[in-house]
Design a binder for this molecule. Structure first.
Ligand code: 0X9
Ligand code: ZN
Length: 420
């Protein structure tokens, strides 16, 4: 094992985060996010050592790029002084990206619940605020009831904490499973609130905007806006930075599995951890989580049809192509890259990087997109949306989702030509 990979393994294993007491939300008062820019392998190594030493939550980093590679770190108030000193000593530059995370959290969602005052509205969904699961499911229900010939609400199972796992099928086909299909999900990682917002926006555009009717020609859409509902709700009411599921583990202190390390392809490899307290905990076995198991069973049941798989995450402004377990490329990589570049060329406000997951980020064995590719889906992408962190003012939702939507047309045009 190289020095780098042994440090990485340790770094992942030692990640710590705040636990919420039963009734109170976790406070991030005084917490900062720093962007550290390393200019050499030595500097990257030092930052990795610091991550490991202090058990820091890393929000974003690149494993194999040393030149000017930014790392975003969450710095607890009690470590600010010491870490500053360490970085200054090593002559490593950094900027404070977020001065006080709690004030960002307080300002993030000012209109929350405001639409619920309108008791006559058929649903409470909009794209000027982040919504709780009830509002999102209420909207899916509303669509299924209002457009019964187009939208079917599908319950694929129940979460660990007993919430329904819902997705919608949008199709105007008369014969079932006769045409190519697109899969889109959001809300894998609980704290990445922009992703359910985009998934629901895409649903709205396809179902409710007559100008987009062409997207229904020859394509079935399967869209699951909240793949990890327990984590999503927990991130709303208890701990804004929650990422994982909420299942019990062998550690009484640390709950939850990273759903994006829990899939049955190269499960347990690099970039995942066997420590339940880690943010990238792989779980006790592949598909240990009821959510990932139900999700995988449904996708397998449609695997002949599904030609495009998009899993929406934040953040990083990137369109990522498998494999992610190792620095390797599937046989149709060039084809996926060409389509990805074509889709990304539609973005006007945000410039996305398009490329292999490990080249642009890091290794992450057991991730869902690798699994989707491994079962034979042709075009597979992980989207890292263009936010500046996990906590993003709700006023940013509209520009981000509107900028993204034209890419859907590019993907659809390609997929509609494929044979089932
Ligand atoms: O680490 C992840 O699961 C994804 N990033 S996130 O910040 N949304 O958690 C990235 C998964 C992409 N796959 C690889 N980098 N291998
Ligand atoms: Zn994510």
């Amino acid at each position: 094992m190289s020095v780098l990979s042994s440090v990485l393994a340790l770094g992942c294993a030692l990640l710590v985060h705040q636990a919420a007491s039963d009734d109170k939300a976790v406070s991030y008062s005084g917490y900062q996010v720093w962007t550290i820019t390393t200019r050499s392998n030595e500097e990257s190594q030092l930052v990795l050592n610091l991550r490991q030493l202090y058990g820091l939550d890393v929000w974003q980093w690149q494993e194999f790029q040393s030149a000017d590679a930014p790392t975003d770190l969450l710095v607890p108030p009690q470590l600010i002084k010491e870490l500053k000193l360490k970085l200054n000593e090593a002559n490593i530059s950094y900027v404070v990206k977020i001065e006080d995370l709690q004030s960002d959290i307080n300002d993030e969602n000012p209109k929350a619940n405001s639409s619920s005052f309108d008791t006559k509205a058929a649903h409470k969904m909009d794209w000027i605020s982040y919504h709780r699961l009830d509002d999102i499911y209420g909207y899916l229900n509303y669509l299924a009831a209002t457009y019964p010939n187009l939208v079917e609400l599908i319950n694929i199972g129940t979460s660990y904490e007993n919430r329904s796992l819902y997705l919608v099928r949008i199709s105007n086909a008369t014969a079932p499973d006769s045409q190519p299909a697109v899969w889109i999900d959001g809300g894998f990682h609980a704290r990445e609130w922009i992703s359910p917002a985009l998934a629901t926006y895409i649903i709205k555009q396809i179902v409710e905007e007559p100008a987009n009717a062409k997207l229904l020609n020859n394509i079935d859409w399967y869209i699951m806006p909240v793949a990890n509902p327990d984590g999503y709700e927990y991130s709303h009411v208890r701990s804004r930075l929650w990422r994982k599921t909420r299942s019990l583990t062998t550690s009484a202190r640390c709950l939850g599995v990273d759903p994006n390390r829990n899939f049955d392809f190269k499960w347990g490899g690099s970039g995942s951890s066997s420590n339940p307290c880690s943010q990238v905990f792989k779980g006790s076995k592949a598909f240990s989580e009821v959510e990932t198991l139900a999700y995988s069973k449904f996708i397998i049941s449609k695997s002949k049809q599904i030609k495009l798989y998009l899993t929406l995450h934040s953040y990083g402004q990137k369109l990522l192509i498998p494999w992610g377990y190792n620095r390797e490329y599937p046989s149709n990589f060039a084809d996926m890259l060409a389509l990805g570049n074509c889709a990304a060329s539609k973005f006007k406000i945000f410039k996305y990087g398009v490329g292999n997951k490990v080249d642009l980020l890091y290794r992450a064995a057991g991730n869902s997109a690798d699994w989707a590719k491994s079962i034979g889906i042709d075009y597979v992408y992980t989207v890292e949306l263009p936010t500046r962190g996990f906590v993003v003012p709700a006023s940013s939702i509209t520009p981000i989702v509107q900028d993204f939507f034209p890419a859907i047309d590019v993907f659809a045009t390609k997929i509609a030509t494929l044979k089932v």
